[in-house]
Design a protein around this ligand. Structure first.
Ligand SMILES: N[C@@H](CCC(=O)N[C@@H](CS)C(=O)NCC(=O)O)C(=O)O
Length: 168
């Protein structure tokens, strides 16, 4: 059966990767459509806000990367188990999104939680920091543990091994 979800983005990790990680962690199939730059002008007018990524599901197209990731997290049980846990995950994701360069929010992230999409977004952002600053988590053992928990996840490990090798 064809996958129910179609995620359309460029051939990079960037703004689509949190959603790809959520699909991977949930073990849910989706179509990982990676368009070429020269295809974009033709597609742009048919997207809700003239930007990628978009997610197509059930005849509906949604955009905004965090709205997409949050929706998929809700559908797949990775949004948090209670409304309050969902608010905590949202808080971390919003903080991580603000972050891009600031690190305080990472230090304050509670570490002893079950896997939610917040851990996956944390992993995605922090792995970029670690690529340029390999020792960034050396004095932060609890946060290193979060990274370890994500990479030890069998489905995530499979995704990391098979995802296309792109510059970002
Ligand atoms: N806030 C949006 C930003 C989306 C965005 O900036 N998309 C860029 C690629 S990362 C894009 O579509 N650029 C092509 C264009 O604007 O024509 C999100 O998080 O999805």
């Amino acid at each position: 059966m064809a996958p129910k979800y179609r995620l359309v983005y460029f051939n990079v990790r960037a703004r689509a990767e949190p959603t790809r990680l959520v699909f991977a962690a949930a073990g849910v199939d989706y179509e990982d459509v990676r368009i070429q730059r020269n295809e974009w002008p033709g597609l742009k007018p048919n997207t809700p806000m003239g930007q990628l990524p978009v997610l197509e599901v059930g005849g509906v197209t949604i955009c905004q990367s965090m709205a997409i990731a949050r929706y998929v997290a809700k559908e797949t049980g990775l949004a948090g188990k209670t409304i309050l846990e969902q608010a905590q995950a949202d808080m971390l994701v919003d903080g991580l999104d603000d972050l891009r360069g600031k690190q305080a929010v990472i230090r304050k992230a509670p570490e002893d939680r079950k896997l939610t999409w917040a851990d996956l977004v944390f992993y995605d952002v922090t792995s970029k920091v670690l690529a340029v600053l390999p020792g960034a988590l050396d004095d932060l053992p609890k946060l290193s543990k979060v990274m370890g928990t994500v990479t030890a996840n069998e489905r995530i490990a499979k995704w990391l091994a098979k995802r296309p090798d792109t510059p970002h």
